[in-house]
Design a protein around this ligand. Structure first.
Ligand code: ACO
Length: 333
């Protein structure tokens, strides 16, 4: 069974409640109809009840099983404002500002998640990644033991012998523009855990660079070398190695030449990129040139699952991201 199929099946087995912060938007509504009909998740739609119901009628879809919460009129809004104000007091938040901010659908949905009124949150069809991540980072914050939130892709490359028969995780391709060595180590550890929990992989994590085991020098390489040291120190139980060039990481013949002592080189199924430029460009290269299926970006490291949509997403994409969010809630990813 293909990974997405198995995620959809897993979601149905232990349904979770997911909040769609863009509940008035067309693709979200079409997705909601399918999610409810197929029993993938219970849903909360954020928006004006009358508007949502009228739009659903126009689209000839049934979203009657969804709960609708309107930040302008909800009985929860005041409570969320008080809690948000308390959470951000040290950052200069006032009750007046908090009352305004929680009426924003993204902040409202994030407070619903923080409060345990829902199990996960999905948004981003009409908001930027930054718009979605910021309330999540300020309110939900990271899971215990995790230093930073990052974003990964599950790459499924057809007719490919690399990784796990073409299945690989790429990180960070979505969140941190220029992680420090400590942050890069954290991304490697978190992605290794995700690879186990989500894909049942025995993770072999390659810390990518333009250098393999000292073949080149400089500040950029030093950062990756330091990240490898930190990751190994923190989690000696995990197979994390580098610095490795991409070919040495995935190709056993190149690995035998360039990094014969490495327990990861030639076998990597998790690729950790040194920064967001390389990560984001890297996954798109593989997606386009190798016609790979790229599932993501999926956020990891939040205390509760929050996921971003691409603004060019289809209703089908939203269904998949919601199913993934349910599975993250089930497995603590
Ligand atoms: N993990 C955990 N906490 C974080 C992280 C992180 N990765 N980044 C920031 N924070 C925290 C900060 O510590 C701060 O906390 P505090 O307010 O409690 O002190 C809070 O989040 C806000 O931090 P800022 O640095 O002020 O937030 P900023 O406005 O810079 O936004 C953001 C952070 C949104 C993640 C930003 O770095 C960003 O826009 N990243 C790129 C996203 C992007 O455009 N990705 C590409 C598109 S996705 C794609 O194409 C697949």
């Amino acid at each position: 069974m293909d990974l997405m199929q198995s995620i959809l099946e897993s979601a149905k087995k232990d349904k979770k409640k997911i909040i769609l912060a863009e509940g008035e938007e067309r693709r979200n509504l079409i997705a909601a109809h399918k999610i409810l009909k197929e029993g993938i998740a219970d849903l909360v739609l954020v928006g004006n009840e009358e508007k949502i119901k009228e739009y659903a009628k126009l689209l000839k879809i049934d979203i009657s099983k969804a709960e609708i919460m309107d930040p302008q009129t909800s009985e929860k809004t005041e409570k969320y404002a008080e809690e948000f104000c308390e959470l951000r007091k040290k950052k200069g938040m006032t009750m007046e500002k908090a009352q305004k901010m929680v009426r924003d659908p993204l902040y409202f949905a994030t407070m619903a998640l923080k409060n345990g009124d829902v199990d996960g949150m999905v948004s981003g069809a009409i908001h930027t990644t930054g718009d979605l991540l910021r309330p999540g980072l300020q309110i939900v914050k990271t899971a215990p033991g995790v230093k930073i939130v990052s974003g990964f892709f599950v790459m499924m490359v057809p007719d490919c012998e690399y990784g796990e028969s073409g299945l690989l995780l790429f990180a960070d391709c979505a969140v941190n523009p220029n992680p420090t060595a400590e942050e890069l180590a954290d991304i490697a550890i978190t992605t290794a855990e995700t690879a186990k929990k989500l894909c049942n992989l025995d993770p072999k994590v390659a810390m990518l660079s333009f250098s393999t085991m000292g073949s080149a020098k400089g500040e950029l390489v030093e950062k990756v070398i330091k990240a490898v040291e930190i990751a190994k120190q923190e989690r000696p139980d995990l197979d994390i190695d580098g610095e490795l060039q991409l070919d040495a990481a995935i190709d056993i013949e190149v690995a035998n030449l360039k990094a014969p002592m490495s327990n990861v080189a030639g076998k990597a199924n998790v690729l950790v990129f040194p920064d967001l430029q390389t990560g984001n460009i890297g996954y798109k290269l593989v997606q386009r040139f190798a016609k790979a299926k790229a599932i993501g970006p999926i956020c990891q490291g939040f205390a509760k699952p929050i996921n971003d949509l691409s603004r060019g997403c289809s209703a089908e994409d939203i269904v998949h991201v919601v199913a993934m969010t349910v599975v993250q809630a089930q497995r603590g990813i």
